[in-house]
Design a protein around this ligand. Structure first.
Ligand code: SAM
Length: 233
């Protein structure tokens, strides 16, 4: 991404243009995922990363539910910045919390995400004037207590590995308001089998139905916090 005086000017113009209208080239230049940058998959699949149209649909669906938005797994802010700007452009007062170690993964993984960058994400938030987003850097275990007393309407879990999924589910599910949604980016993604294991274990234990959504042949899974369910322990 080219960040500098020109980007600051561009950012101050782009922030007023609905994200759905941004040409694909702008999405690529800014590193902000937008609807026109999404190429439909040739057939239904649970791999391929996040589809921003689906994230926007869930933000709309949960707009009337009290509570903030969170993303667990920010990497370079492609989806976090898009969600923050989308909410701002729609006049929402919701706060967006972003969690990432910005260290990526060691060892034998399909992608190590070691090109994560807190500085880059903060620069992007700054050029688009986004004060509704708050990044909490660090490993989830240490970072989540910052929002211990918050409640949430939508959480995007995009952190790939089993143990991280377990931490997200244990922490966020009890903090979802009724009707709130937790969307899983990697459920049934063959590259990250630990995600499905973690969700199946948690949902099986608590009797939570796993639902499915599809946009552009991107198939993702999610759970909804029902009013009847007791907080998970
Ligand atoms: C798939 S990337 C996120 C992609 C981003 N949402 C996007 O669409 O561009 C996964 C990120 O999760 C982060 N992550 C995974 N487990 C974590 C943990 N336990 N604590 C902090 N960050 C974690 C990694 O550092 C990595 O940047």
């Amino acid at each position: 991404m080219r960040l500098g005086p020109l980007s600051k000017t561009a950012g101050s113009i782009l922030r007023h243009i609905p994200l759905s209208m941004w040409p694909q080239i702008i999405s690529r230049r800014t590193g902000v995922l937008t609807p026109r940058a999404m190429t439909p998959l040739p057939h239904p699949a649970s791999s391929g990363g996040a589809n921003i149209k689906m994230l926007f649909e869930f933000l709309d669906r949960t707009a009337s539910i009290d509570g903030g938005v969170a993303e667990c797994g920010v990497w370079r802010g492609r989806t976090l910045v898009a969600m923050s700007l989308y909410l701002k452009q729609h006049g929402s007062s919701k706060k967006v919390w972003g969690f990432d170690s910005f260290a990526g993964f060691d060892g034998d993984v399909p992608h190590n995400f070691q090109d994560s960058s807190l500085r880059l994400v903060q620069q992007k938030l700054s050029i688009f004037g986004l004060q509704n987003a708050k990044i909490v850097p660090g490993y989830f275990r240490a970072a989540f207590p910052v929002v211990e007393h918050e409640r949430f309407s939508f959480v995007h879990v995009d952190c790939d590995i089993h143990d991280s999924y377990v931490e997200c589910l244990n922490f966020f599910y009890p903090r979802m308001n009724p009707g709130g949604v937790i969307l899983f980016d990697e459920y049934e993604d063959p590259e990250w089998p630990g995600a499905k294991d973690a969700v199946d274990e948690f949902c099986g234990h608590h009797g939570i139905p796993i639902q499915s959504a599809m946009v552009d042949n991107y198939r993702k899974s999610f759970i909804t916090r029902s009013a009847a369910q007791e907080p998970a322990t």
